[in-house]
Design a binder for this molecule. Structure first.
Ligand code: FE
Ligand code: FE
Ligand code: ZN
Length: 260
């Protein structure tokens, strides 16, 4: 994955810790880990943003599914320590009819059960679009989760530009306002990574359909402003646009060429 990132002009990347639909993970091969760590060091690849399987639901009304999410994420965190000091991003979940309050507290319960004082991984709560019964579509809900977690020093936030747009935040015409709001409610120091995506839908649509950069409602110029913002530009940016490695290569090239 490190080599592929290099080939397409990236200096960070995201990866699924296992099949994105969940299920068993491959055993860790120590040799692979050593080879990757030295390759990353040599090529300036830093701060990886791993993604938990997107089918996990930390606040499902089904206790078995919550248990499955907890066990899977706990195992992922053990695996993450093979590559110390990186990020592990997850979706805070869908309350499936239980209501936001219960959803928030169950997701916090899960984090309290899996975080450990000596882990070097920072767990990132992703901002969500509010599709269906998703929690985490408002900065307040994310703050609420963080407040309930004892080891909140191990937590950060990953801002997904498509999701916040779909949730109603105007990152196109009022980026500074959105960042000020983020800072007021959560604290900008918690913002540790960005998923850079355009959206196929108008602001507030709560649909979560990612578009290629410049082919959606947020638009290329607005996304460039996010990428180059003085408060954000040091963060790892991950593209989750609907294309393949070659498409991402073109997108990265286009973004680097037009960076402000
Ligand atoms: Fe995600
Ligand atoms: Fe995302
Ligand atoms: Zn999404």
């Amino acid at each position: 994955m490190g080599k592929m990132a290099q080939k397409i002009g990236a200096d960070t990347f995201s990866f699924f810790t296992r099949n994105p639909r969940g299920g068993r993970a491959k055993a860790i091969n120590e040799k692979d880990v050593t080879a990757f760590l030295s390759y990353a060091k040599e090529h300036g690849i830093s701060e990886l943003v791993a993604h938990a399987p997107y089918t996990l639901n930390p606040c499902s009304s089904d206790e078995g599914l919550r248990e499955f999410a907890k066990n899977t994420m706990q195992d992922d965190l053990i695996r993450m320590e093979y590559t110390p000091g990186n990020f592990y991003n997850f979706h805070p979940g869908c309350h499936t009819g239980q209501g936001v309050e219960i959803g928030v507290s169950e997701t916090a319960d899960l984090l309290n059960a899996i975080l450990t004082p000596d882990q070097t991984t920072t767990v990132l709560i992703e901002t969500m679009s509010g599709k269906g019964s998703e929690i985490g579509a408002t900065f307040e809900e994310i703050r609420e989760i963080i407040d309930r977690v004892a080891l909140h020093g191990k937590l950060g936030v990953c801002l997904d530009t498509c999701h916040v747009w779909d949730a109603g935040y105007d990152v196109r015409d009022d980026l500074d306002g959105v960042l000020a709001e983020f800072d007021r409610v959560i604290g900008l120091h918690r913002l540790r990574a960005v998923h850079l995506n355009d959206s196929m839908n108008p602001r507030g649509a709560k649909k979560d359909r990612h578009a290629m950069i410049g082919e959606g409602y947020t638009g290329k110029n607005a996304l460039l402003r996010v990428l180059c913002h003085e408060k954000l530009r040091h963060l790892p940016f991950i593209l989750e646009t609907p294309t393949d490695d070659n498409g991402h290569k073109l997108e990265i090239g286009m973004l680097r060429a037009s960076a402000l």
